[in-house]
Design a protein around this ligand. Structure first.
Ligand code: GSH
Length: 226
């Protein structure tokens, strides 16, 4: 479904939150939308007027109306376009998916995010250790949600997959640079298998930036250049 100029996405190529929105649009088969790369050091007037509360990307502009906050945008995309459902149709299942997506942003990400600032092996080891309890919880969530299927959404990529999947390229890049393995197969077999299935999914291939580009950016951040 070619969206043309009636759909614009204001984003930043490496933002996990923007990757989420690209993933959601890809899952729904929305293509040909206008992507606008923002310079967050010099935010455009369009970004500031579209998201006056936070001034952050992503912002999806659909028929002139701005939608802000990545998880809100993913829900909007799911409702506004036909195509494979991202959120479950059952209200209880939907509430569980929203619960786990919120957990990913409120608990998992803050525990792992200090990797961005960790410059020494000691700092990285501490961050890694601090992130493990949330990863353990996510391993259990995957068991609960997937019913033995590859994704949180079952056979197909769903809301929790998109929420966690936005971070996956960053997790892999940090693992590569720090020499860690967050979704270690021996400890977290479900998440390890999930990461493989997710990275190989058609919708993900075009929506996620190249791993090596993030690795390069992360190394620059580490050296204080980024
Ligand atoms: N909760 C927001 C979401 O889920 O969309 C987070 C978005 C966010 O943090 N975006 C960053 C941003 O725009 C880029 S990764 N930063 C600019 C700023 O903070 O001024």
């Amino acid at each position: 479904m070619a969206a043309g100029a009636e759909v614009r996405l204001l984003g930043e190529w490496l933002s996990p939150f923007c990757i989420r929105v690209k993933l959601a649009l890809a899952v729904k088969g929305v293509s040909g939308y206008e992507y606008v790369e923002e310079d967050l050091e010099h935010k455009s007037e369009l970004l500031l007027s579209s998201n006056p509360v936070y001034g952050k990307v992503p912002v999806l502009i659909h028929r002139g109306e701005p939608v802000c906050e990545s998880l809100v945008i993913v829900q909007y995309v799911d409702e506004a376009w036909a195509g494979p459902a991202i959120l479950p149709s059952d209200p209880y299942e939907r509430s569980r998916a929203r619960f786990w997506a919120a957990y990913i942003d409120d608990k998992f990400f803050p525990s792992w995010e200090p990797f961005f600032m960790s410059k020494t092996a000691e700092e990285r080891a501490k961050t890694f250790k601090n992130a493990i309890p949330a990863v353990e919880t996510l391993e259990g969530a995957l068991e609960e949600c997937s019913n033995g299927k590859p994704f949180f959404g079952g056979d197909n990529i769903g809301y929790v997959d998109v929420a966690l999947g936005g971070y996956l390229a960053w997790i892999k890049a940090v693992d590569e640079v720090a020499g860690t393995c967050l979704f270690d197969e021996a400890k977290f077999p479900r998440l390890a298998a999930w990461a493989e299935s997710f990275a190989a999914a058609d919708a993900v291939l075009g929506a996620s930036p190249a791993l090596q580009d993030i690795v390069t950016f992360y190394k620059k951040m580490q050296s204080g250049e980024g």
